[in-house]
Design a protein around this ligand. Sequence first.
Ligand SMILES: [Zn+2]
Length: 435
Amino acid sequence: MKAVRGRLLSFDDDPAVAGESHRYLEDGLLVLEDGTIKQIGEATDLLPGLPRDLAIDDYRDHLVMAGFIDPHIHYSQTQVIASYGAQLLDWLNTYAFVEEQKFADPAHGARIAEFFLDEALRNGTTTAAVYCTVHPASVEALFTASHARNMRMIAGKLLMDRGAPDGLLDTAQAGYDESKALIASWHGRGRQHYAVTPRFALTSTEAQLEAAGALLAEHEGVYLQTHLSENPREAEAVAALFPDDESYTAVYDRFGLLGPHSLFGHCIHLADSERTRLSESGSVAVFCPTSNLFIGSGLFDRDRARDQRFPLRIALATDVGGGTSYSMLQTAGAAYKVLQLQGQTLAPLQAFYDITLGNARSLDLDRHIGALVPGREADLVVLDARATPAMAHRMETVEGDLAEELFVLMTLGDDRAVRATYVAGERLHSRAKTS
Ligand SMILES: [Zn+2]
């Protein structure tokens, strides 16, 4: 048993729906045992009942929250991030497809998986939905490293049987067989979950999309992750390749890929009929603001995604390597800017709900993670809003206003603002105080 003392912030519900939805304890204590949260309360209330020699990590100046969740990221693109000058289809051909071929070597995958998880933890991210490459060994590498750290992860092997270099192609049958074997090995092992992962409609034949639908139907609880309507040229290419389908979404729908465990990256250029089907099926639209700006794809319209005629479940993600930061703080800051460009906004409490409990709900993992509640897994992030000279300087004018502090964090903060990250009660990342 151990404890973490700090300024505890947790969400009970979506501020957009429930209004007052967070709990904040100025001097709070979390008691951790067996990887989960055992107790939460005011430190002065709990301490008298706890053993005198209880180990306490003292972060009384800092905010302690549930670990951040990144519901769309490519671990194979840690050396693609910051690649210049191309929109989606050229970017894939010029950069992503070149790097992904290196994962044919299992040693490369193992090295990158360790880097990726280190970087996630440095940024306070404790759970992610991860695209691996077409190579099964790339999935083995990620799950092996994640399982060793006891991180809760969703990941899957890319399914691609056309539209990419030969070294990145499988076949409908091989992709099915390899995915099935990976599901058997990893889905439900420790904290690992499998996602059936057709990259997008342009790189899978109908036979492969049908196989993806079969994998979903045959394995209860597995996820589906793919890309949908990111870029106008991509959408045109899909329309040309699938002339009999009414829309891009209709292609996935025809093969049974929509549903409450289905994560669709981007969803920028959608017709109302597509929104209706995504809404009816409970599918999740994943907003990736730094990626959408960097690749020039477009602006995610959050108000439209919430339109009561066809409300979508929404998640917020980095999409590295199209995205430009591993930080969910930076991602929330970019989301704010994308919405500002459209006359919309992202209130700071809403943003921090989104990257914790909101994303946990979108991944159907909120019974495990996303909030500081007894019985939930003890995945935590400790945040320092004075981590850099510029942040400390700005914070001089913030007088006890929690929302304003959160807004400083999501605007100026990044990995430097993450003092510590806990996974299942273990502190796996710690950073010395810098200012
Ligand atoms: Zn992506």
